[in-house]
Structure formats: structure tokens, C-alpha cells
Design a protein around this ligand. Structure first.
Ligand SMILES: Nc1nc2c(c(=O)[nH]1)N[C@H]1C(S)=C(S)[C@@H](COP(=O)(O)OP(=O)(O)OC[C@H]3O[C@@H](n4cnc5c(=O)[nH]c(N)nc54)[C@H](O)[C@@H]3O)O[C@H]1N2
Ligand SMILES: Nc1nc2c(c(=O)[nH]1)N[C@H]1C(S)=C(S)[C@@H](COP(=O)(O)OP(=O)(O)OC[C@H]3O[C@@H](n4cnc5c(=O)[nH]c(N)nc54)[C@H](O)[C@@H]3O)O[C@H]1N2
Ligand code: SF4
Ligand SMILES: [Mo]
Length: 893
């Protein structure tokens, strides 16, 4: 395809590459060529978002551009051409398979691949190499939801659609911070005025907007929903007809739930009986109820049971398959659902087929292969254990960063470093996982890629390319097909365009299906290229019976179990496997920030997305802080039996005493010792293999940093920083970095005051003649080094609060001439936290406006503009108003 063909239309409709809401994005490219100017807006015709975008979606254009991108293959650290890279890879895979068999190789994939990429990767490994060793980061994300749907419905199928969230009179959010993690869905619920109950041990942006918040004991959700089932039985709030006609095993589940009286449930969940009754009554009385659940229950060693405990309540009350009802597992990644469809999980083959003899035979005939894998492969945690033990000798990691996101991350990193062949495909050059690669392959990414994704409500949408591939980057599906061809399967992987893969995927879903598999998009198996390009978002199944897709499933009361009935699963609640002890007395909970995406390789490129929170912070209750002698903002360290993590303490009543919270986003590439998953024990759910991430037993201690430095420079410091670190490691307690216009800003915390000039010289290695200027402020020092432009700026101080407004300092790097020294001494102290990233409104401005008498979110919007663009900060604005309301009431009292 020529560039002019691709870009004939300047405006393209595509899909957001972040969360599982799957919003439609309209991207416009102006000034094509060197100075591409891309703007994005919500696609008003897309049924997920009808034109709205959250703060991450709104900032997508800021994440584009070649800075930091991987542009050419790298073999053992040296750039090389594609021919040598692929030759090497094919030779090593062939040799490994020949010497050690197909199970000595593996692919580790991602819910951020497109379905077409995912399909061919799975086809190559399970269909032709003949190993089941394909797993995906979705194992860490929703594999327990998948396992529970299969236990209950006999198939992995989400019954609900987004409209149900608006039609519902009650949405119960369990272990979900949707206000930050699925913002557009949360806004839809808010706009519809749906009543909300939030089940979450901590107070979050979501819980502050709820009608009722149950701050339960971490990990106690199964007890809560057993208690609810028991209540529904006792109060005779069952749908007896539905139970009799369409379900099985009710008696067993009811017997188990019968052990969960109000008193026992309340004690187990750490809430009062009155709170429980309030929730149970609301649930019992509200016919149209959706349960909306996510990582707070999935990332658990008994996550599958927790999912089933919720599903049991919906089956018992017949609230499934009807408008405004249902157990809704919400997916995290943009194409987590697509991965489930193509067989991205090691225990599935493809198109919702498992490893029965019949299915293996079916797939062998469809693909005309006699080497289809006969058995499931290794699931993520076991897969990386097998890498460590040497059983797996070659692994290809695509579109995921396991050295950051896997439990016991440092050990995963070590295992990869030991592994004879690690291939990593990424769009970004420097990630923790890329640092472990023997071969690094440059992949295209959002804006460049072309294919389909499926969102949380089973809706398939197109991602369309509107930018050319930078450097020599290639599409993931092309790289996979290239390897397949070199391994001798050229005929079966001779695709020229993603539509050809999509047609095969659709045809397979209908192949000998005859109503036996829920995933069926056979009506799309003959799309022409033009039809594929024009494909409008639609929800599977899309087949002869439902040619325009299907909003809801199971409306007819027919399920995919052998009996056709849904199954109740009796649940015995289990405590987290990772227990608190005298040595590790606190529970560390983890999750997402409003403005960042996972390991920040994408969202971290948009400077304004760092304004909301720029550093790793550990949230704790003031009582714990007092107990450990920790001040707000102080550097602290967490330790578990596995590893350590450092960050700034942030004191908040949102956390209960004994429970901490930290974000998942920082990696070793961006900060020192800030990888939260390095603390996690790799314990898993027995049904799904999903790791327990939300309850990590840790110990906490303050660190005594006596000196702080802010450093602005043009290039990332990786290598030099490392060298300097090695020399002075005892003094450097922590660093993190962020990108800014024209360079990078580093923030250092040290044990002893720092010789800034020596550091600067070490970092710059005086590669060019530089002028040095040294200024002494009241408490700290300022150094600047410049040649024709400013090269380096270092500020030190013994109190980090006295360092100047670093955001303002960044502007010096963007300017052509070094700043006037006097200017540097005048800098005002650090500015307040930015609450509204779109309109750049700070906490201070909001507090001032409230002081002046503004008392509503709308009022703040009118005065300051905050919340008027994407609306992602509205829950925070509401909570600030609420808190100041309390403050006012107290004054009055
Ligand atoms: N901004 C942003 N949005 C994202 C992402 C992102 O990186 N950034 N990632 C996407 C992905 S892949 C995913 S999987 C989703 C995740 O979406 P969510 O699951 O909503 O996000 P988390 O922040 O991981 O955790 C949700 C909540 O679970 C709570 N929790 C912890 N322990 C328990 C417990 O024992 N019981 C209950 N009931 N709750 C508990 C936590 O306190 C937290 O508030 O977000 C998606 N959306
Ligand atoms: N402690 C703790 N750990 C967790 C979680 C938690 O809540 N707590 N959550 C877990 C969950 S739910 C998830 S989903 C994982 C997420 O964890 P990861 O999947 O490891 O995180 P990402 O940063 O999204 O990694 C995606 C990588 O793919 C690259 N990439 C982006 N687009 C493309 C593309 O088109 N092609 C290719 N080849 N590469 C691309 C990005 O640059 C990035 O390096 O983390 C898990 N780990
Ligand atoms: S809610 Fe935000 S991050 Fe999620 S798909 Fe929509 S715009 Fe993207
Ligand atoms: Mo996820």
C-alpha cells in the first residue's frame, strides 16, 4: 500500500488503545510528512462512548512521535537489518525445537495486540509448532472471570452490554475503581443516575460517588456474596421459576451459603450488620441490578470462587439475560476479549475450543495441520518458572512488560536474563523487559496498526492506521508470519492484509459450530477488504441467526453446559494465601492511577498526564504513619519476603490502618526500586492460574533522606546514571524520571548532600566544552552547565518541599538560551498538585474557589474550567468539595 493511499482521508475513525471500554476515536492528521499534526476527538457514532473520551484518550495525540521508539531490530544490543534478525530467530527456534521438542519454546502475548496479531501467533504455536505454550498478560487480569463464566455458563461469554449499566437501577461495583479505570462507563452510569454500591477495602474516586460504600476486610468478597445469597433465600427473594427451569446445583450452593448468617458475614467482612443489611435490602429490592467487577476480586488466590459467588446471586434472582441485569466482568485491556476469542490463554485452543480430542481434530482439519497441540500449555506463572528452570529455552514476548507486571518481577527478570533466547517485540526501545532481550524487534503501534479489537461488551471495532510505520517498524502479524514462513509454514501464513486473517478467524468461529460455541462471528467470514475497512462496531455473536450482532446473551435461558442449564457453584470462602505476620504486618494493595497506563511506556510520553501524580507514592493511614514515625511526603521503603519497593509516603484517610496502597505504574526504567510486583509472592488461583496481587504482606520503614536534587538534562541518563550509582550507591536512596519538552527531569533523594558539580560532570562526561555556573540559594545549591544551550541544571536542597517549582524549571530546557541566573534563584516553591490535567487546574485554585463560596462541581467548571473537557476529574472535584464541606461543618460545630 502506498502512503498516499493510506492517507487519502485525513480523518480516521479508530479505537482507543487503552482500556476495555473500547471508545471510538476520531483522529485527524494535518500537515502530513515531517510535521504530522494529529488531533483526536471522541467518535460520536461509536456506541461505547458516543463522542466522549477520558483524560487518557484525550491525550493520545501527545503520545505519538518517534522519541523513544524502537526503530530498527537489535541483536545482542547492536542494530541489524530485518533479514539477519529473522534469520537468527528462525534458526534458533528451529534448533531449539529440534533438540528439545516443541514444548521448549513459548510465546507470551498481550491483550494489547489486535485480534489479527493474536490469531496468527496462536495459530503458529498451537497449530503448527505443536505446543500449547501460548499465554498472555490477560492471565494476570481476567482469567478468573473467564474460569468462573465457564463454570457457570459452560462458556466464556459476558451476558451484558453497556446499555445495561444505564437501564439498571442499581450497579454494584466490586473491586473496581471504574471512575479511574473505566471512566467513560462510569460517566455513563453517573449520567443515567444509576444508584451505586461500591465494595472496596479503601475509599477511591469511585466510592466517593457511591450511595453506599462497604469498606470490607481485604479478600473477604466471597463471604459477602455467600451472605447475600443466604439473605435472598431467607427473605424469599429468589426467582424459583428461573432456578427450576434454567439452572442446576442450587441446593448445594444454598447449603454452603446457609452457613453465612448476617453476624458471621459481618464479622468476616469487617463491616457492621447494619451496613450489610442496607446492601442486602437494596440488592433484594432492586430487580434491575448489574454487578460490575474487576481486579479487586480477580487478582486473588480464590478469584474464580469470588466471581462465582457473585454469579450465584444473579442466577438465584433470575437477573441475567434481561435489560439492566447481569454479572458483568469488565475487561481491562483494549483487546483482552479478543485474546479470549482467538485462544490467547494457554488452556484454550482457538475460537473458544478447548483441548478435547474432538476439538483438536476439528482444528487439525480446519488448518490442515497434523501437528496441532494436544495439551494445554503453561500458564504465565508456571511459564516463567519453566523459563527459570531451563525447561523453556526460547521465548517470544510481544506487547507486554513481564519484568514489571509479573509477580516476583525481579525473579522473572533474572530468569529472562538466564534464558538462552529471549525475543521481545515492542514499539518502545527501553523497557525493563527489553533490557533482557537477545533480540529486540520494532513493532508498529496505535495509529500505525490496522485490525480489530473486542471490548468488554463483546463489541468488535476497527483500529485503523492513520500514520506510517516509523523507521523500520513492522506490524506484529507480519513479523509472526515471517517467522512462520521461515519455519516452513509459508503456505498457511501467506496473508497479505489483516482482512485475510480476520476472515479466517471468523470462518473458524463458525466451523462445525452448530450452536455449540457462543463465540460465532461466521457472518463476517466473507467480508471484502472494503467491507472490513468500513466495518461498524458490532457485538458477537454475529451469525446467520443474529446477522447484526447480539446485545445480550442467555435471554432464552439456554446455557452452554451439557444440560443446557446454568450451574450454581457452592462456595467456601478462602482467605488470601499471603497472610500478614509479625514480620510483615501490613497489607499492600495495588492498582491504577487515573492518568497512567500500566508501565507508562505510552501514557508516560504525554507530559500533562504526569501532572496528576508524577512519582511513586505509597498511601497510608495517618495512624500507621504515626506508628512508624513517617511524615507526609517522606521517602519510605516496603519489604516483603520477595523484594523491596520505595516511594513517597502519602497520608490519607482513604486507607484503613494496616492497609497500604501503591500504584502499579513505575518500572526500573523510570524509577529506582519502584516495581510493586517485585513484592508479590507468585501464588495463584487453582482454577485460573491468576496471581494474587491485591493483598501483599509487607513491612514498612521510613528512610532518612537528607538531601534532594532536581536535575534537568537533554538525554536520558541510563548508562551514566548506572555508573554513578555504582560509585555512590550508599548515598542514593531513590530516583525517578519524567520526560519533558527538550529533555528529562530527574528527582533524586540522597542520604548525604550531593556534590552537584561532580555529578554533573560524571553525567555529561564533559563531551563538549561547557560553562559552569554555581549559585548559592538560602539553603540549597544550583548548578547550571551550558554550551550553546542549557545542557544541565541541578538544584539541591535538604528539604524537598523547598525545591522550586520543577514544572516551571522544565521550561528552561525548551528555551534556546540558558536562563539568567537571577531567574533561577527567584523560582517560586513547588506548585500544587494538578487535579484537572486537561485544563491544568491545580488543587490550590480549586481550594481557593471553594473558599470563595463555589459549592458544586458545575460551579468549579464555570469558574476554572476544570472537569469541562473529558470529565475524568469530576469524582475528585466532588470529593474535594465533600471534604471541604466537612471542614466547614466542623468549623460551625
Ligand atoms: N487509568 C487506567 N485505567 C486502566 C488501566 C490503567 O493502567 N490505568 N488498566 C486497565 C486494566 S488492564 C485493568 S485490568 C483495569 C483494572 O481496573 P480496576 O480493577 O478497577 O483497577 P485496580 O486499580 O487494579 O483495582 C480496583 C480496586 O480493587 C480494590 N481492591 C483491592 N483489594 C480488594 C478486595 O479484597 N476486595 C474488593 N472488593 N476490592 C479490592 C482496590 O482497592 C482498587 O480500588 O483497568 C483498566 N483501566
Ligand atoms: N502488583 C500488580 N501487578 C499487576 C497488576 C496489579 O493490579 N497489581 N495488574 C496486572 C494486569 S491486570 C495487567 S493487564 C498487567 C499489565 O502489564 P503489562 O502488559 O506488562 O504492561 P504494559 O505496560 O501495558 O505493557 C505493554 C507493552 O507493549 C508495548 N506495546 C504497546 N503497543 C504495542 C504493539 O502494538 N505491539 C507491540 N509489540 N508492543 C506494543 C508497550 O510499549 C509496553 O512495553 O499488569 C499486571 N500486574
Ligand atoms: S475510557 Fe478512556 S482509556 Fe478507556 S477506552 Fe475510553 S477513552 Fe480510552
Ligand atoms: Mo489488566
Amino acid at each position: 500500500m502506498t502512503i498516499s493511499e493510506t492517507f487519502r482521508a485525513q480523518r480516521s475513525c479508530t479505537t482507543c488503545p487503552y482500556c476495555g471500554v473500547g471508545c471510538g476515536v476520531s483522529a485527524t492528521v494535518k500537515n502530513r510528512g515531517a510535521g504530522d499534526l494529529v488531533t483526536v476527538a471522541g467518535d460520536e457514532t461509536h456506541p461505547a462512548n458516543f463522542g466522549r473520551l477520558c483524560v487518557k484518550g484525550s491525550a493520545l495525540a501527545d503520545t505519538l512521535g518517534e522519541r523513544g521508539r524502537l526503530l530498527r531490530p537489535r541483536l545482542h544490543g547492536q542494530e541489524c537489518d530485518w533479514e539477519s534478525a529473522m534469520d537468527f530467530m528462525a534458526r534458533e527456534f528451529r534448533r531449539t525445537i529440534k533438540e528439545h521438542g516443541p514444548n521448549s519454546v513459548a510465546f507470551y502475548l498481550s491483550g494489547q495486540l489486535l485480534s489479527e496479531d493474536y490469531f496468527v501467533a496462536n495459530k503458529l504455536m498451537k497449530g503448527f509448532i505443536g505446543s500449547g505454550n501460548v499465554d498472555t498478560n490477560s492471565r494476570l487480569c481476567m482469567s478468573s472471570a473467564v474460569a468462573a463464566y465457564k463454570r457457570a455458563f459452560g462458556t466464556d461469554a459476558v451476558p451484558c452490554c453497556y446499555e445495561d449499566l444505564e437501564l439498571a437501577d442499581l450497579v454494584v461495583l466490586v473491586g473496581s475503581n471504574a471512575a479511574w479505570t473505566h471512566p467513560i462507563l462510569f460517566q455513563r452510569m453517573q449520567a443515567a443516575g444509576t444508584r451505586l454500591v461500591v465494595i472496596d477495602p479503601r475509599a477511591s474516586a469511585t466510592s466517593t460517588m457511591a450511595d453506599l460504600h462497604l469498606a470490607i476486610t481485604p479478600g473477604s468478597d466471597a463471604a459477602l456474596f455467600n451472605g447475600l445469597l443466604n439473605y435472598l433465600i431467607e427473605q424469599n427473594k429468589l426467582d424459583g421459576e428461573f432456578i427450576r427451569q434454567h439452572t442446576q446445583n442450587f441446593a448445594a450452593a444454598a447449603a454452603e451459603a446457609g452457613n453465612w448468617s448476617l453476624t458471621r458475614t459481618a464479622a468476616s467482612c469487617g463491616v457492621t450488620e447494619a451496613e450489610l443489611i442496607a446492601f442486602f435490602q437494596l440488592f433484594a429490592a432492586t430487580e434491575k441490578t448489574v454487578s460490575f467487577y474487576s481486579q479487586g476480586i480477580n487478582q486473588s488466590s480464590s478469584g474464580t470462587d469470588k466471581n462465582n459467588a457473585i454469579i450465584n446471586c444473579h442466577l438465584a434472582s433470575g437477573r441475567i439475560g434481561k435489560p439492566g441485569c447481569g454479572p458483568f466482568s469488565i475487561t481491562g485491556q483494549p483487546n483482552a476479549m479478543g485474546g479470549r476469542e482467538v485462544g490467547g490463554l494457554a488452556n484454550m485452543l482457538a475460537a473458544h475450543m478447548d483441548f478435547t480430542t474432538e476439538n483438536v481434530d476439528r482444528l487439525s482439519r480446519f488448518w490442515r495441520s497434523n501437528s496441532v497441540a494436544l495439551r494445554p500449555g503453561l500458564k504465565a506463572v508456571d511459564l516463567f518458572r519453566a523459563v527459570e528452570s531451563g525447561q523453556i529455552k526460547a521465548i517470544w514476548i510481544m506487547a507486554t512488560n513481564p519484568a514489571v507486571s509479573m509477580p516476583d518481577a525481579a525473579r522473572v527478570e533474572q530468569a529472562l536474563k538466564k534464558c538462552p533466547l529471549v525475543v521481545v517485540s515492542d514499539c518502545v526501545a527501553d523497557t525493563d523487559t527489553a533490557r533482557c532481550a537477545d533480540l529486540l524487534l520494532p513493532a508498529t503501534t496505535w495509529g500505525e496498526k490496522n485490525g480489530t479489537v473486542t471490548n468488554s461488551e463483546r463489541r468488535i471495532s476497527r483500529q485503523r492506521s492513520f500514520l506510517p510505520a516509523p523507521g523500520e517498524a513492522r506490524h506484529d502479524w507480519e513479523i509472526i508470519c515471517d517467522l512462520a514462513t521461515r519455519l516452513g509454514y509459508g503456505e498457511q501464513f501467506a496473508y497479505r492484509h489483516p482482512v485475510e486473517i480476520f476472515r479466517e478467524h471468523a470462518a473458524l468461529s463458525g466451523f462445525e459450530n452448530r450452536g455449540s460455541r457462543a463465540f460465532d462471528i461466521s457472518a463476517l467470514a466473507h467480508l471484502s477488504r472494503r467491507e472490513y475497512d468500513a466495518l461498524q462496531p458490532l457485538q458477537w455473536p454475529v451469525n446467520r441467526k443474529n446477522p447484526h450482532g447480539s446485545q445480550r446473551l442467555f435471554g432464552d435461558g439456554k446455557f452452554y453446559t451439557q444440560s443446557g442449564r446454568a450451574r450454581f457453584v457452592p462456595i467456601q470462602p478462602s482467605a488470601p494465601l499471603q497472610r500478614r505476620s509479625d514480620q510483615f504486618p501490613l497489607y499492600l494493595n495495588s492498582g491504577r492511577l487515573r492518568d497512567q497506563w500500566h508501565s507508562m511506556t505510552r501514557s508516560g510520553r504525554a507530559r500533562r498526564l504526569l501532572d496528576h501524580s508524577e512519582m511513586p507514592e505509597i498511601q497510608l493511614n495517618p495512624a500507621d504513619a504515626a506508628n512508624y514515625g513517617i511524615e507526609d511526603g517522606q521517602l519510605v521503603e516496603l519489604r516483603s519476603a520477595r523484594g523491596r519497593m520505595r516511594g513517597r509516603a502519602s497520608l490519607t484517610n482513604a486507607q484503613k490502618a494496616g492497609e497500604l496502597f501503591a500504584p502499579i505504574h513505575w518500572s526500573e526504567t523510570l524509577a529506582q526500586d519502584s516495581r510493586i510486583s517485585a513484592l508479590a509472592e507468585p501464588v495463584i488461583d487453582p482454577h485460573s492460574g491468576q496471581p494474587e496481587f491485591k493483598q501483599l504482606p509487607v513491612q514498612l520503614r521510613p528512610l532518612s533522606a537528607n538531601s534532594y536534587a532536581t536535575l534537568l538534562c537533554r538525554e536520558a541518563l541510563a548508562g551514566n546514571m548506572q555508573r554513578w550509582l555504582e560509585q555512590q550507591h550508599t548515598d542514593l536512596l531513590h530516583w525517578y524520571r519524567l520526560p519533558c519538552e527538550g529533555g528529562y527531569r530527574y528527582e533524586l533523594a540522597l542520604h548525604q548532600p550531593l556534590d552537584g558539580r561532580a555529578l554533573g560532570q560524571q553525567l555529561l562526561m564533559e563531551s563538549q566544552p561547557l560553562h559552569w555556573q554555581h549559585l548559592q540559594s538560602l539553603r540549597g545549591m544550583r548548578w547550571l552547565a551550558y554550551g550553546r544551550r542549557l545542557e544541565l541544571l541541578i538544584f539541591t536542597d535538604d528539604d524537598w518541599r523547598s525545591l522550586p517549582d520543577r514544572r516551571a524549571l522544565e521550561e528552561h530546557l525548551a528555551q534556546p538560551l540558558p536562563p539568567e541566573p537571577a531567574q533561577l534563584l527567584q523560582n517560586a516553591p513547588a506548585g500544587a498538585q494538578v487535579v484537572c490535567s486537561c485544563m491544568q487546574v491545580s488543587r490550590q485554585q480549586i481550594d481557593d474557589a471553594i473558599q470563595e463560596g463555589i459549592d458544586s462541581v458545575e460551579g468549579l467548571g464555570e469558574q476554572l474550567g476544570c472537569g469541562t473537557n473529558c470529565g475524568s476529574c469530576k469524582p475528585e472535584l466532588a470529593s474535594i468539595l465533600q471534604m471541604s464541606g466537612w471542614a466547614r461543618d466542623e468549623q460551625v460545630a
